[in-house]
Ligand binder design. Sequence first.
Ligand SMILES: [Zn+2]
Ligand SMILES: [Zn+2]
Length: 346
Amino acid sequence: MLAAVFEGIDNVALREVPVPVIGADDILLRVDAAAICGTDLKIVAGSKTRGVRVPSILGHEIAGTIVDIGAKVSDWTVGASVAVAPVIACGCCLYCRSKMGNLCANRRALGYEYDGGFAEYLRAPAAAMAAGNVFAIPNGLSPAAAALSEPLSCCVNGQENMGGIQPGETILILGAGPIGIMHLQLAKAVPETRVIVTEPAAERRQLARDNGADIAHDPKQSNLFDCVMDETAGHGVDKIILAVGLPDLAADLLRLARKNGAINLFAGFPAGSQVALDINEIHYRQIHISGASASTTAQFGRALDLIASGAIDADAIITARYPLDQFDCAFENARQARGLKTAIIP
Ligand SMILES: [Zn+2]
Ligand SMILES: [Zn+2]
C-alpha cells in the first residue's frame, strides 16, 4: 500500500509498504480520510518527540471503512464506516478508573506510537478495540467530517475543563486557526453567547466572522484589553480560550477575565515555557485556570454527535482536500496555515 512515512525531522516520504497484518482481536480499515493536525507538523519539525517512533506512519484524525476483521472480533462487520479515537487508554490506571482516559498513565496513541492514517490502510489494534476507540459513523456523514471528531473532541475537553460555556456568556478566543474556529463553533452552539475572536491574520479573521464570531479583533490595529472592556461594560469576559501556544499571551489573560471568570490554556507551549503572573489577580478575583490534553472516548463520541447533528459545520473547517499521492503538497498547505484544516483523502 502507499503510505506517507515519517523518516526523521523534515523528512516524510511516500513509500510502498506492506498492508498491515491483523491479529485475532484487530480490525483493518481502508482509510477514507485523515486530517493533518498541528501535532503532525510539530512531529515532522522535530518539536514533538515523546513516544514518536522513527520510521512510522503519522495521522491520528482518522475515518475509514472496515475491510477485514480478526477472528475474535464479533461486534463489527466488514463494510462499516468508522471513526477512530487515537488515544488508547489502559482502562485500569488511577486516571482511567476516574473516567479520565485522556490522562491515562499508560496511554498510547495511533498516529505515532501505533501507525496512523496517512496510508491506504490502517490496523486498529486490539487495545483500541478493547478501549472502545472505534465509533460507527452516522449515515450520510462524510469521512472527512467524521475525522474532525478528534480535534473537536479535544476542544470539547477544553471547554468542559473550564466548566462548560453557559447561555448568554461572553467568550474570548485567542487565535482563529482550525482549533480556534472549532472552539468558536462550539461556543456559538450555546444559546445567546457572544464571542470575540482575536487574530492577526486577515484571512483567518474573515473565517472567524464566517463562522459566527460577533467581533473579529485585529491585535495589530487596536488594544485587546480596550476591546474586551468596551464589549463587557468594563467587567471582562466570562470565559477565555487560548488557542495559540504563545506564552506571553497567557500572562495577559488574567485581567481580561471578569471576576470568577475561567481561562482554558488549550494550546500547548514550547517545552519549558515560563511566564510571570500577578497571582493576586487569580486570588482576589477568583479566576479559574485549566489546561487541556487530548480527549476521552466519551468526549470523542459527543464530538461525533455534534458534527452529525449539524451543530458543528465540519465542511466550513475542512478547507483543502488532497489525495495521498500528493501528501507533500497537502503537508505544505497545512504548514503554511492556508485556510483551516487540510484532509488527506487516500
Ligand atoms: Zn489532532
Ligand atoms: Zn490508564
